[in-house]
Design a protein around this ligand. Structure first.
Ligand code: NAD
Length: 468
Protein backbone atom coordinates (compact mmCIF):
# COMPACT_ATOMS: atom_id res chain seq x y z
CA UNK A 1 0.00 0.00 0.00
CA UNK A 2 1.30 3.49 -0.93
CA UNK A 3 1.13 4.93 2.57
CA UNK A 4 3.97 7.39 2.22
CA UNK A 5 2.58 9.58 -0.55
CA UNK A 6 -0.36 11.60 -1.78
CA UNK A 7 -2.29 10.87 -4.97
CA UNK A 8 -2.46 14.03 -7.07
CA UNK A 9 -2.98 14.49 -10.81
CA UNK A 10 -2.73 10.78 -11.54
CA UNK A 11 0.55 10.28 -9.69
CA UNK A 12 1.78 9.25 -6.25
CA UNK A 13 3.88 12.15 -5.04
CA UNK A 14 5.62 13.27 -1.86
CA UNK A 15 4.03 15.88 0.35
CA UNK A 16 5.73 19.28 0.31
CA UNK A 17 5.86 19.08 4.11
CA UNK A 18 7.62 16.75 6.50
CA UNK A 19 4.78 16.03 8.92
CA UNK A 20 3.84 12.40 9.25
CA UNK A 21 0.85 11.03 11.19
CA UNK A 22 0.78 7.64 12.87
CA UNK A 23 -2.11 5.32 12.14
CA UNK A 24 -2.91 3.17 15.17
CA UNK A 25 -4.63 -0.16 15.52
CA UNK A 26 -7.19 0.70 18.25
CA UNK A 27 -7.35 -2.90 19.49
CA UNK A 28 -3.61 -3.10 20.18
CA UNK A 29 -2.54 0.58 20.26
CA UNK A 30 0.30 -0.35 17.88
CA UNK A 31 1.37 1.94 15.03
CA UNK A 32 0.44 0.17 11.79
CA UNK A 33 1.36 2.86 9.26
CA UNK A 34 2.44 6.48 8.82
CA UNK A 35 0.83 8.83 6.32
CA UNK A 36 1.73 12.36 5.23
CA UNK A 37 -0.07 15.33 6.72
CA UNK A 38 -0.97 17.25 3.58
CA UNK A 39 0.03 20.92 3.51
CA UNK A 40 -1.71 23.95 2.05
CA UNK A 41 0.64 23.64 -0.94
CA UNK A 42 -0.40 20.02 -1.43
CA UNK A 43 -4.05 21.06 -1.37
CA UNK A 44 -3.33 23.88 -3.85
CA UNK A 45 -1.73 21.35 -6.22
CA UNK A 46 -4.58 18.86 -5.83
CA UNK A 47 -7.30 21.47 -6.32
CA UNK A 48 -5.46 22.90 -9.35
CA UNK A 49 -5.26 19.39 -10.85
CA UNK A 50 -8.95 18.80 -10.23
CA UNK A 51 -9.84 22.19 -11.68
CA UNK A 52 -7.77 21.59 -14.81
CA UNK A 53 -9.31 18.14 -15.31
CA UNK A 54 -12.89 19.36 -14.89
CA UNK A 55 -13.80 20.75 -18.35
CA UNK A 56 -12.77 17.62 -20.24
CA UNK A 57 -14.27 15.26 -17.67
CA UNK A 58 -17.53 17.20 -17.58
CA UNK A 59 -17.65 17.05 -21.37
CA UNK A 60 -16.92 13.31 -21.43
CA UNK A 61 -20.07 11.46 -22.56
CA UNK A 62 -21.91 10.00 -19.58
CA UNK A 63 -21.61 6.51 -21.11
CA UNK A 64 -17.80 6.76 -20.89
CA UNK A 65 -17.94 7.99 -17.31
CA UNK A 66 -20.22 5.08 -16.46
CA UNK A 67 -17.90 2.62 -18.23
CA UNK A 68 -14.96 3.74 -16.09
CA UNK A 69 -17.04 3.52 -12.94
CA UNK A 70 -18.10 -0.01 -13.94
CA UNK A 71 -14.41 -0.92 -14.18
CA UNK A 72 -13.87 0.64 -10.79
CA UNK A 73 -16.80 -1.36 -9.39
CA UNK A 74 -15.20 -4.57 -10.65
CA UNK A 75 -11.74 -3.65 -9.37
CA UNK A 76 -12.93 -2.69 -5.90
CA UNK A 77 -14.90 -5.92 -5.58
CA UNK A 78 -11.68 -7.80 -6.31
CA UNK A 79 -10.05 -6.19 -3.26
CA UNK A 80 -12.97 -6.38 -0.86
CA UNK A 81 -11.34 -8.77 1.60
CA UNK A 82 -8.21 -6.66 1.82
CA UNK A 83 -10.37 -3.57 2.42
CA UNK A 84 -12.34 -5.33 5.17
CA UNK A 85 -9.09 -6.39 6.88
CA UNK A 86 -7.81 -2.83 6.62
CA UNK A 87 -10.99 -1.50 8.24
CA UNK A 88 -10.66 -4.03 11.05
CA UNK A 89 -7.07 -2.89 11.59
CA UNK A 90 -7.50 0.89 11.43
CA UNK A 91 -11.00 1.25 12.88
CA UNK A 92 -11.42 -1.80 15.12
CA UNK A 93 -14.65 -2.91 13.41
CA UNK A 94 -15.55 -6.54 14.07
CA UNK A 95 -14.47 -8.82 11.23
CA UNK A 96 -17.96 -9.98 10.26
CA UNK A 97 -19.38 -6.47 10.43
CA UNK A 98 -16.44 -5.20 8.38
CA UNK A 99 -17.29 -7.61 5.56
CA UNK A 100 -21.04 -6.88 5.63
CA UNK A 101 -21.71 -3.38 6.93
CA UNK A 102 -18.37 -1.77 6.11
CA UNK A 103 -17.69 -3.30 2.70
CA UNK A 104 -20.75 -5.21 1.44
CA UNK A 105 -23.06 -2.24 1.93
CA UNK A 106 -20.92 0.34 0.08
CA UNK A 107 -20.32 -2.10 -2.77
CA UNK A 108 -24.07 -2.48 -3.18
CA UNK A 109 -24.45 1.32 -3.07
CA UNK A 110 -21.83 1.82 -5.80
CA UNK A 111 -23.80 -0.59 -7.98
CA UNK A 112 -27.09 1.16 -7.18
CA UNK A 113 -25.67 4.58 -8.02
CA UNK A 114 -24.26 3.42 -11.36
CA UNK A 115 -27.60 1.81 -12.20
CA UNK A 116 -29.51 4.95 -11.23
CA UNK A 117 -27.28 7.11 -13.43
CA UNK A 118 -27.83 4.77 -16.37
CA UNK A 119 -31.55 5.45 -16.08
CA UNK A 120 -31.22 9.21 -15.64
CA UNK A 121 -31.63 11.77 -18.44
CA UNK A 122 -28.97 14.44 -18.12
CA UNK A 123 -30.37 16.32 -21.11
CA UNK A 124 -34.02 16.83 -22.04
CA UNK A 125 -36.44 19.44 -23.41
CA UNK A 126 -39.08 21.46 -21.55
CA UNK A 127 -41.06 23.09 -24.37
CA UNK A 128 -38.36 25.09 -26.22
CA UNK A 129 -35.85 24.87 -23.39
CA UNK A 130 -32.96 22.46 -23.60
CA UNK A 131 -32.23 21.39 -20.04
CA UNK A 132 -28.69 20.28 -19.28
CA UNK A 133 -27.62 18.75 -15.99
CA UNK A 134 -23.86 18.79 -15.50
CA UNK A 135 -21.07 18.95 -12.94
CA UNK A 136 -20.35 21.95 -10.72
CA UNK A 137 -16.55 21.70 -10.82
CA UNK A 138 -14.25 20.66 -7.99
CA UNK A 139 -15.77 18.78 -5.06
CA UNK A 140 -13.99 18.72 -1.69
CA UNK A 141 -14.89 15.35 -0.19
CA UNK A 142 -14.26 15.33 3.57
CA UNK A 143 -15.08 12.08 5.30
CA UNK A 144 -15.23 10.66 8.85
CA UNK A 145 -13.60 7.53 10.21
CA UNK A 146 -16.63 5.49 11.22
CA UNK A 147 -17.33 3.91 7.80
CA UNK A 148 -14.11 4.56 5.89
CA UNK A 149 -15.18 3.08 2.55
CA UNK A 150 -18.89 3.91 2.66
CA UNK A 151 -18.37 7.60 3.36
CA UNK A 152 -15.90 7.98 0.49
CA UNK A 153 -17.94 6.03 -2.01
CA UNK A 154 -21.13 7.99 -1.21
CA UNK A 155 -19.37 11.17 -2.34
CA UNK A 156 -16.81 10.27 -4.98
CA UNK A 157 -18.97 7.91 -7.07
CA UNK A 158 -21.94 10.27 -7.62
CA UNK A 159 -19.76 13.39 -7.85
CA UNK A 160 -17.64 11.90 -10.65
CA UNK A 161 -20.56 10.35 -12.48
CA UNK A 162 -22.22 13.78 -12.49
CA UNK A 163 -19.16 15.27 -14.23
CA UNK A 164 -17.30 16.80 -11.27
CA UNK A 165 -13.73 16.18 -10.23
CA UNK A 166 -12.76 15.49 -6.62
CA UNK A 167 -10.20 16.05 -3.90
CA UNK A 168 -10.65 13.61 -1.02
CA UNK A 169 -9.48 14.34 2.53
CA UNK A 170 -10.29 11.24 4.58
CA UNK A 171 -10.38 11.12 8.39
CA UNK A 172 -6.96 11.08 9.98
CA UNK A 173 -7.72 7.96 12.03
CA UNK A 174 -8.60 5.84 9.00
CA UNK A 175 -6.61 6.94 5.93
CA UNK A 176 -5.58 3.43 4.82
CA UNK A 177 -8.89 2.49 3.23
CA UNK A 178 -8.75 5.80 1.33
CA UNK A 179 -5.28 4.92 0.05
CA UNK A 180 -6.53 1.59 -1.31
CA UNK A 181 -9.43 3.50 -2.89
CA UNK A 182 -6.95 5.81 -4.65
CA UNK A 183 -4.86 2.85 -5.81
CA UNK A 184 -7.96 1.38 -7.45
CA UNK A 185 -8.93 4.71 -9.06
CA UNK A 186 -5.40 4.87 -10.47
CA UNK A 187 -5.43 1.28 -11.74
CA UNK A 188 -8.77 1.78 -13.48
CA UNK A 189 -7.39 4.73 -15.43
CA UNK A 190 -9.53 7.75 -14.57
CA UNK A 191 -8.03 10.75 -16.41
CA UNK A 192 -5.33 12.63 -14.49
CA UNK A 193 -6.71 15.02 -11.90
CA UNK A 194 -10.27 13.65 -11.88
CA UNK A 195 -9.68 12.09 -8.46
CA UNK A 196 -7.07 13.23 -5.95
CA UNK A 197 -6.28 12.14 -2.39
CA UNK A 198 -4.62 14.28 0.26
CA UNK A 199 -4.33 12.76 3.74
CA UNK A 200 -3.99 14.99 6.79
CA UNK A 201 -5.65 16.50 9.80
CA UNK A 202 -9.11 18.04 9.83
CA UNK A 203 -8.21 21.33 11.43
CA UNK A 204 -5.37 22.10 8.98
CA UNK A 205 -5.58 20.07 5.74
CA UNK A 206 -9.39 19.71 5.80
CA UNK A 207 -10.01 23.28 6.84
CA UNK A 208 -7.82 24.67 4.05
CA UNK A 209 -9.43 22.40 1.45
CA UNK A 210 -12.99 23.34 2.42
CA UNK A 211 -12.21 27.05 2.21
CA UNK A 212 -10.28 26.87 -1.05
CA UNK A 213 -11.50 29.43 -3.56
CA UNK A 214 -11.43 26.91 -6.41
CA UNK A 215 -13.58 24.37 -4.61
CA UNK A 216 -17.15 24.53 -5.95
CA UNK A 217 -18.82 21.94 -3.71
CA UNK A 218 -18.13 21.00 -0.12
CA UNK A 219 -19.35 17.49 0.55
CA UNK A 220 -18.82 16.83 4.22
CA UNK A 221 -19.76 13.94 6.48
CA UNK A 222 -18.93 14.27 10.13
CA UNK A 223 -20.01 15.96 13.32
CA UNK A 224 -22.62 18.69 13.41
CA UNK A 225 -20.05 20.97 15.09
CA UNK A 226 -17.63 20.80 12.14
CA UNK A 227 -20.56 20.75 9.69
CA UNK A 228 -21.60 24.16 10.98
CA UNK A 229 -18.13 25.47 10.16
CA UNK A 230 -18.47 23.99 6.66
CA UNK A 231 -21.65 25.98 6.16
CA UNK A 232 -19.72 29.13 6.98
CA UNK A 233 -16.94 28.16 4.54
CA UNK A 234 -19.51 27.51 1.83
CA UNK A 235 -20.94 30.99 2.28
CA UNK A 236 -17.73 32.47 0.90
CA UNK A 237 -17.99 31.99 -2.84
CA UNK A 238 -21.53 30.55 -2.49
CA UNK A 239 -20.36 26.97 -2.76
CA UNK A 240 -22.83 24.12 -3.11
CA UNK A 241 -22.88 22.11 0.11
CA UNK A 242 -23.82 18.57 1.05
CA UNK A 243 -23.76 17.78 4.77
CA UNK A 244 -24.26 14.41 6.43
CA UNK A 245 -24.04 15.05 10.16
CA UNK A 246 -24.80 13.59 13.54
CA UNK A 247 -27.78 11.64 14.80
CA UNK A 248 -29.47 10.46 17.98
CA UNK A 249 -32.21 8.33 16.59
CA UNK A 250 -35.22 6.83 18.34
CA UNK A 251 -36.66 3.35 18.07
CA UNK A 252 -40.30 3.56 19.14
CA UNK A 253 -41.82 0.30 20.26
CA UNK A 254 -45.63 0.25 20.05
CA UNK A 255 -47.80 -2.15 22.00
CA UNK A 256 -48.77 -5.17 19.94
CA UNK A 257 -45.37 -5.33 18.23
CA UNK A 258 -42.51 -7.76 18.81
CA UNK A 259 -40.72 -6.28 21.84
CA UNK A 260 -37.87 -8.79 21.78
CA UNK A 261 -37.17 -7.96 18.13
CA UNK A 262 -37.31 -4.22 18.91
CA UNK A 263 -34.78 -4.59 21.71
CA UNK A 264 -32.50 -6.66 19.50
CA UNK A 265 -32.70 -4.13 16.65
CA UNK A 266 -31.80 -1.18 18.87
CA UNK A 267 -28.99 -3.02 20.64
CA UNK A 268 -27.46 -4.28 17.41
CA UNK A 269 -27.16 -0.73 16.11
CA UNK A 270 -25.33 0.39 19.25
CA UNK A 271 -23.02 -2.62 19.29
CA UNK A 272 -22.15 -3.16 15.63
CA UNK A 273 -19.22 -0.84 14.94
CA UNK A 274 -19.20 -0.11 18.71
CA UNK A 275 -22.10 2.30 18.24
CA UNK A 276 -19.97 4.56 16.06
CA UNK A 277 -22.79 4.77 13.53
CA UNK A 278 -24.62 7.99 12.75
CA UNK A 279 -27.92 6.10 12.30
CA UNK A 280 -27.60 4.08 15.53
CA UNK A 281 -30.94 3.74 17.34
CA UNK A 282 -29.58 5.04 20.63
CA UNK A 283 -32.92 6.00 22.21
CA UNK A 284 -35.26 3.07 22.81
CA UNK A 285 -38.78 4.23 23.67
CA UNK A 286 -41.18 1.75 25.27
CA UNK A 287 -44.56 2.07 27.02
CA UNK A 288 -44.06 2.55 30.78
CA UNK A 289 -45.71 -0.74 31.67
CA UNK A 290 -43.42 -2.64 29.27
CA UNK A 291 -40.25 -1.43 30.94
CA UNK A 292 -39.67 -4.50 33.10
CA UNK A 293 -40.08 -6.89 30.17
CA UNK A 294 -37.79 -4.66 28.08
CA UNK A 295 -35.12 -4.83 30.77
CA UNK A 296 -35.35 -8.61 30.84
CA UNK A 297 -34.93 -8.84 27.05
CA UNK A 298 -31.92 -6.52 27.27
CA UNK A 299 -30.29 -8.58 30.03
CA UNK A 300 -30.92 -11.83 28.12
CA UNK A 301 -29.36 -10.37 24.97
CA UNK A 302 -26.26 -9.09 26.72
CA UNK A 303 -25.80 -12.37 28.56
CA UNK A 304 -26.09 -14.58 25.50
CA UNK A 305 -24.85 -12.52 22.55
CA UNK A 306 -22.49 -9.79 23.65
CA UNK A 307 -18.78 -10.50 23.59
CA UNK A 308 -16.12 -7.80 23.77
CA UNK A 309 -12.53 -8.15 22.59
CA UNK A 310 -10.21 -8.70 19.64
CA UNK A 311 -12.16 -7.60 16.54
CA UNK A 312 -10.27 -9.99 14.27
CA UNK A 313 -11.99 -12.94 16.01
CA UNK A 314 -15.24 -14.14 14.48
CA UNK A 315 -17.00 -14.69 17.80
CA UNK A 316 -16.40 -11.13 19.08
CA UNK A 317 -19.32 -8.73 18.68
CA UNK A 318 -17.85 -5.55 20.17
CA UNK A 319 -14.35 -4.29 19.44
CA UNK A 320 -12.51 -1.17 20.60
CA UNK A 321 -13.50 2.42 20.00
CA UNK A 322 -11.50 4.10 17.26
CA UNK A 323 -9.17 6.09 19.53
CA UNK A 324 -8.27 6.95 23.09
CA UNK A 325 -10.07 10.28 22.63
CA UNK A 326 -13.25 8.57 21.52
CA UNK A 327 -13.06 6.14 24.44
CA UNK A 328 -12.63 9.05 26.86
CA UNK A 329 -15.56 10.94 25.33
CA UNK A 330 -17.79 7.90 25.68
CA UNK A 331 -16.70 7.42 29.31
CA UNK A 332 -17.45 11.10 30.04
CA UNK A 333 -21.00 10.61 28.74
CA UNK A 334 -21.44 7.47 30.85
CA UNK A 335 -20.30 9.34 33.97
CA UNK A 336 -22.59 12.23 33.03
CA UNK A 337 -25.54 9.84 32.71
CA UNK A 338 -24.86 8.44 36.17
CA UNK A 339 -24.54 11.95 37.61
CA UNK A 340 -27.78 13.05 35.99
CA UNK A 341 -29.58 10.23 37.80
CA UNK A 342 -30.15 7.58 35.14
CA UNK A 343 -29.56 3.98 36.23
CA UNK A 344 -27.08 1.62 34.65
CA UNK A 345 -28.70 -1.66 33.67
CA UNK A 346 -25.63 -3.10 31.97
CA UNK A 347 -21.95 -2.09 31.78
CA UNK A 348 -20.85 1.44 32.64
CA UNK A 349 -17.08 0.99 32.94
CA UNK A 350 -13.88 1.38 30.99
CA UNK A 351 -12.04 -1.83 30.17
CA UNK A 352 -8.32 -1.83 30.81
CA UNK A 353 -6.11 -1.88 27.70
CA UNK A 354 -4.28 -2.45 25.56
CA UNK A 355 -6.99 -1.23 23.24
CA UNK A 356 -9.65 1.45 23.62
CA UNK A 357 -12.43 -0.68 25.06
CA UNK A 358 -15.56 0.35 26.97
CA UNK A 359 -18.19 -1.95 28.41
CA UNK A 360 -21.38 -1.95 26.32
CA UNK A 361 -23.74 0.09 28.46
CA UNK A 362 -27.49 0.50 28.86
CA UNK A 363 -29.16 3.28 30.83
CA UNK A 364 -32.71 3.02 32.16
CA UNK A 365 -34.84 5.44 34.17
CA UNK A 366 -33.52 8.25 32.00
CA UNK A 367 -35.46 11.30 30.86
CA UNK A 368 -35.30 12.90 27.45
CA UNK A 369 -33.72 16.11 28.72
CA UNK A 370 -30.57 14.33 29.92
CA UNK A 371 -27.35 14.61 27.92
CA UNK A 372 -27.33 10.85 27.36
CA UNK A 373 -30.71 11.27 25.63
CA UNK A 374 -29.91 14.41 23.64
CA UNK A 375 -26.28 14.19 22.56
CA UNK A 376 -24.60 11.82 20.16
CA UNK A 377 -22.33 9.61 22.28
CA UNK A 378 -20.91 7.58 19.37
CA UNK A 379 -20.19 4.54 21.49
CA UNK A 380 -21.88 1.31 22.64
CA UNK A 381 -24.41 3.10 24.83
CA UNK A 382 -28.20 2.72 24.74
CA UNK A 383 -30.68 4.94 26.61
CA UNK A 384 -34.11 3.47 27.40
CA UNK A 385 -36.96 5.99 27.75
CA UNK A 386 -40.59 5.39 28.60
CA UNK A 387 -43.86 6.95 27.45
CA UNK A 388 -47.56 6.90 28.35
CA UNK A 389 -49.25 7.58 25.01
CA UNK A 390 -48.23 7.19 21.38
CA UNK A 391 -48.54 10.99 20.96
CA UNK A 392 -46.01 11.38 23.76
CA UNK A 393 -43.70 8.84 22.10
CA UNK A 394 -43.72 10.86 18.88
CA UNK A 395 -43.16 14.05 20.85
CA UNK A 396 -40.14 12.56 22.63
CA UNK A 397 -38.86 11.07 19.37
CA UNK A 398 -38.95 14.54 17.75
CA UNK A 399 -37.73 16.47 20.78
CA UNK A 400 -34.11 16.62 19.63
CA UNK A 401 -31.97 18.73 17.29
CA UNK A 402 -31.18 15.70 15.12
CA UNK A 403 -33.31 13.93 12.51
CA UNK A 404 -31.19 11.35 10.75
CA UNK A 405 -32.81 8.00 11.29
CA UNK A 406 -35.36 6.14 13.38
CA UNK A 407 -37.37 2.98 13.67
CA UNK A 408 -40.83 1.90 14.70
CA UNK A 409 -41.79 -1.60 15.78
CA UNK A 410 -45.49 -2.31 16.16
CA UNK A 411 -48.71 -3.16 14.31
CA UNK A 412 -47.95 -2.25 10.69
CA UNK A 413 -50.49 0.53 9.96
CA UNK A 414 -49.95 2.22 13.29
CA UNK A 415 -46.17 1.93 12.89
CA UNK A 416 -46.31 3.57 9.45
CA UNK A 417 -48.47 6.37 10.85
CA UNK A 418 -45.91 7.00 13.60
CA UNK A 419 -43.10 6.88 11.01
CA UNK A 420 -44.86 9.62 9.03
CA UNK A 421 -44.91 11.84 12.10
CA UNK A 422 -41.21 11.51 12.94
CA UNK A 423 -39.12 14.43 11.64
CA UNK A 424 -36.28 12.33 10.36
CA UNK A 425 -34.82 11.32 6.99
CA UNK A 426 -34.94 7.52 7.26
CA UNK A 427 -37.25 5.30 9.29
CA UNK A 428 -37.28 1.53 9.43
CA UNK A 429 -40.62 -0.12 10.13
CA UNK A 430 -40.57 -3.54 11.77
CA UNK A 431 -36.95 -4.24 10.90
CA UNK A 432 -37.40 -3.70 7.15
CA UNK A 433 -34.35 -3.73 4.92
CA UNK A 434 -32.86 -0.40 3.80
CA UNK A 435 -32.33 -0.43 0.02
CA UNK A 436 -29.25 1.14 -1.55
CA UNK A 437 -31.14 3.08 -4.23
CA UNK A 438 -33.30 4.99 -1.70
CA UNK A 439 -32.24 8.43 -0.42
CA UNK A 440 -30.19 8.72 2.75
CA UNK A 441 -29.78 11.93 4.73
CA UNK A 442 -30.95 14.02 7.62
CA UNK A 443 -33.63 16.48 8.69
CA UNK A 444 -32.82 19.34 11.06
CA UNK A 445 -29.20 19.46 12.31
CA UNK A 446 -28.45 16.03 10.84
CA UNK A 447 -27.63 17.58 7.50
CA UNK A 448 -28.50 19.03 4.12
CA UNK A 449 -28.91 17.05 0.92
CA UNK A 450 -29.21 13.35 0.28
CA UNK A 451 -26.88 10.52 -0.61
CA UNK A 452 -27.44 7.27 -2.53
CA UNK A 453 -29.15 6.38 -5.79
CA UNK A 454 -30.15 9.22 -8.09
CA UNK A 455 -30.83 11.44 -5.04
CA UNK A 456 -27.13 11.35 -4.22
CA UNK A 457 -26.19 12.33 -7.78
CA UNK A 458 -28.60 15.29 -7.94
CA UNK A 459 -26.73 17.21 -5.24
CA UNK A 460 -23.70 17.28 -7.56
CA UNK A 461 -25.56 18.58 -10.62
CA UNK A 462 -25.82 22.15 -11.84
CA UNK A 463 -28.85 22.73 -14.07
CA UNK A 464 -28.80 24.90 -17.18
CA UNK A 465 -31.72 25.87 -19.45
CA UNK A 466 -30.92 26.90 -23.04
CA UNK A 467 -33.95 28.48 -24.70
CA UNK A 468 -33.90 27.66 -28.38
P1 NAD B 1 -15.46 15.12 12.55
O1 NAD B 1 -16.49 16.16 12.27
O2 NAD B 1 -14.55 15.32 13.66
O3 NAD B 1 -14.54 14.89 11.26
C1 NAD B 1 -15.06 14.54 9.99
C2 NAD B 1 -14.02 14.88 8.93
O4 NAD B 1 -13.83 16.28 8.94
C3 NAD B 1 -12.64 14.27 9.16
O5 NAD B 1 -12.03 14.01 7.92
C4 NAD B 1 -11.90 15.39 9.86
O6 NAD B 1 -10.49 15.28 9.71
C5 NAD B 1 -12.45 16.59 9.13
N1 NAD B 1 -12.40 17.85 9.88
C6 NAD B 1 -12.37 18.04 11.23
N2 NAD B 1 -12.30 19.36 11.50
C7 NAD B 1 -12.29 20.01 10.31
C8 NAD B 1 -12.25 21.37 9.93
N3 NAD B 1 -12.20 22.35 10.83
N4 NAD B 1 -12.28 21.67 8.61
C9 NAD B 1 -12.37 20.70 7.69
N5 NAD B 1 -12.38 19.40 7.98
C10 NAD B 1 -12.37 19.05 9.28
O7 NAD B 1 -16.30 13.76 12.67
P2 NAD B 1 -15.74 12.32 13.02
O8 NAD B 1 -15.43 12.28 14.47
O9 NAD B 1 -14.69 11.92 12.05
O10 NAD B 1 -17.02 11.43 12.69
C11 NAD B 1 -18.06 11.24 13.56
C12 NAD B 1 -19.23 12.13 13.22
O11 NAD B 1 -19.66 11.91 11.88
C13 NAD B 1 -20.45 11.82 14.06
O12 NAD B 1 -21.04 13.03 14.49
C14 NAD B 1 -21.38 11.10 13.10
O13 NAD B 1 -22.74 11.17 13.41
C15 NAD B 1 -21.08 11.78 11.83
N6 NAD B 1 -21.48 10.94 10.71
C16 NAD B 1 -22.58 11.28 9.99
C17 NAD B 1 -23.00 10.46 8.94
C18 NAD B 1 -24.18 10.78 8.09
O14 NAD B 1 -24.28 10.20 7.02
N7 NAD B 1 -25.07 11.66 8.50
C19 NAD B 1 -22.26 9.32 8.66
C20 NAD B 1 -21.17 9.01 9.43
C21 NAD B 1 -20.76 9.84 10.45
Amino acid sequence: MKTKQLYINGEWIDSTGNDIADVLNPATEEVIANVPVGTADDIDTAVAAAKAAFPAWNATPIKERIALMEKFDEAINARKEEIADTIVAELGAGKKFAMDGQVGLPLSEIRATIDAVKEHDFEYMIENAQIIEEGYGVVACITPWNYPLLQIERKVVPALLAGNTAVLKPASNTPLTAIIYAEIMDEVGFPKGVFNLVTGSGSTTGDYLAGHEDVDVISFTGSTAVGTQMYEKAAHGIKQIVLELGGKSPLIYLKGGDLKAAVKQAINTVLNNQGQTCTALTRLLVPKDDLEETKQHILDFYETEVTVGDPTKDDIKVGPLVSADQRDTVMEYIEEGKAEGADILVGGNKIDGPGYFVEPTVFVNATNDMKISQEEIFGPVLTVLTYDTVEEAVEIGNDIVYGLSGAVVGPKDEAIEVARQLRTGNIIVNGAERVSSAPFGGYKQSGRGRENGIFGVKDYLEIKAIFI
